[in-house]
Design a binder for this molecule. Structure first.
Ligand SMILES: NC(=O)c1ccc[n+]([C@@H]2O[C@H](COP(=O)([O-])OP(=O)(O)OC[C@H]3O[C@@H](n4cnc5c(N)ncnc54)[C@H](OP(=O)(O)O)[C@@H]3O)[C@@H](O)[C@H]2O)c1
Length: 414
């Protein structure tokens, strides 16, 4: 790669997640080992942010431009080795940057959880990315790193212990304490609007293999549903399951990992992800009320009048997010239950400190960007649209365990 001015550019640095990612990045690189820059569309905000960042040496360069300015995007992509983006909704502000990174062979990671947009980017640029060597890694936040790297961790353990992968993995969200930011709300609102104009939107949302390569969009999993049809009992965990909004998105990423890595989990691998309550009538009722509330919320979001009301009065705005206390006291845990072909059960747990939607997400994105910038000799894959596990796997797992307050552990075998 020819010499570039910056090792990492953080794009969208003035938003709720961007500001925190900028702080983590500056702190992690306070020895000045990497040449960093922050970018966005508002010079004043960027300069105020730069002023607040941990000090050390010369202030970070600031790059100012608009996401839709293709010439600016091309110039920025040509000057950077890695670009990490928090400028979302990505379906609204992300396409020109991805195109520029692909064209210039620039490594890229972001926080998108918008499968329709990811599909469109893969279809438009995958071939070119292979040519230029651009590794494009979407979904490097709470969606979908814990699930994607968690499944890979469990399957690596199954391979080491039993000589083969689990044929089925069920991920259960057992704790989720925190809030969400204005950009997340905006992405959800944008998805609800797109749904009204795009006749293919619901089909792609329900397609479990929607992110898999062409010709490989078949497998044993049924449709992905944001809201299950009924409350179900999880015999492995001895508790009732409840809906988990991000389950369908994370599941698509896990299945893409399996497909683009050449099916290390098997071609008949099955995956699903839900929340979990408890056993007994209390657990059943908690699951049922969560489903009823979820349905009510989705219905309200589908109707333009109630959607507008919620947007104006209840949902966080761009730049807003959970309070410092919520960010710092938040945490999460997922339990992954894998079943071997002979019925043996293997379980793993992934935990994260800090609220999943902002604090933990920004730590994960920061480590993904550092991994692309610093671990390039250890990354064995070339240019393409990757998932976090397929591109960075164990390298990223080590980083987020050391620097992002996360843990991966095997719990038991039955
Ligand atoms: N994967 C996950 O787990 C996860 C978690 C959290 C967030 N997210 C996603 O991350 C994204 C960011 O969330 P957020 O809460 O940080 O959003 P936000 O606070 O609204 O920040 C958005 C950023 O994009 C910038 N921007 C908007 N339009 C632009 C344009 N035309 N040109 C240049 N910059 C532009 C904004 O600049 P200004 O400051 O000038 O407005 C701001 O810096 C969202 O898509 C959200 O869904 C994902």
């Amino acid at each position: 790669m020819t010499e570039r001015a910056f090792d990492i550019v953080l794009w969208g640095a003035t938003g709720a997640t961007g500001r925190r990612a900028a702080r983590h990045l500056a702190r992690r690189c306070d020895d000045r080992r990497l040449r960093l820059a922050i970018g966005g569309r508002n010079r004043e905000k960027l300069e105020a942010l730069r002023h607040d960042l941990p000090k050390g040496g010369t202030p970070l360069p600031v790059l100012v431009g608009d996401s839709h300015d293709t010439a600016f995007m091309a110039e920025m992509a040509a000057r950077a080795r890695v670009i990490a983006s928090t400028a979302g909704p990505f379906a609204l502000y992300g396409s020109e940057l991805v195109a520029a990174c692909v064209e210039n062979g620039t490594q890229y990671c972001d926080l998108t959880a918008e499968p329709q947009w990811m599909r469109a980017m893969i279809d438009a640029h995958e071939e070119k990315a292979r040519e230029t060597g651009a590794r494009i890694v979407h979904s490097c936040g709470h969606d979908s790193i814990p699930s994607d790297l968690g499944v890979q961790f469990l399957q690596d353990a199954a391979l080491a212990r039993f000589g083969g992968p689990c044929k089925r993995v069920a991920t259960r969200v057992t704790r989720l304490k925190g809030g969400f930011s204005g950009g997340t709300a905006a992405s959800f609102l944008n998805a609800m609007r797109l749904r009204e104009s795009d006749p293919d939107f619901d089909r792609l949302s329900a397609d479990p293999y929607a992110l898999c390569p062409d010709g490989e969009r078949e497998g044993p999993d049924g449709p992905d549903r944001m809201m299950p049809v009924r409350v179900t009992w999880d015999a492995d965990m001895q508790a009732w399951t409840k809906p988990y909004f991000m389950g369908p998105m994370n599941s698509k990423v896990v299945r893409r990992t399996n497909a683009i890595m050449g099916y290390p989990y098997g071609r008949d691998f099955r995956y699903e992800e839900t929340g979990l309550t408890r056993s007994g009538i209390g657990g059943w009722w908690a699951a049922m009320s969560s489903m009823l509330f979820g349905r009510l919320f989705l219905t309200a979001m589908a109707i333009p009048a109630t959607r507008g009301f919620l947007q104006r009065n209840m949902l966080p705005k761009s730049g807003e997010g959970p309070s410092k206390e919520v960010r710092e006291t938040g945490s999460y845990e997922i339990v992954l239950v894998g079943e071997m072909p002979n019925g043996t059960i293997l379980k793993a747990r992934v935990t994260g400190q800090g609220d999943p939607g902002v604090r933990s997400t920004t730590l994960m994105l920061t480590e993904a960007a550092l991994c692309l910038a610093e671990d390039q000799d250890g990354i064995s894959v070339g240019g393409r649209f990757w998932t976090p596990a397929a591109a960075m796997g164990g390298l990223l797992r080590d980083r987020i365990t050391k620097h992002a307050g996360m843990s991966f552990e095997l719990t038991d075998t039955l």
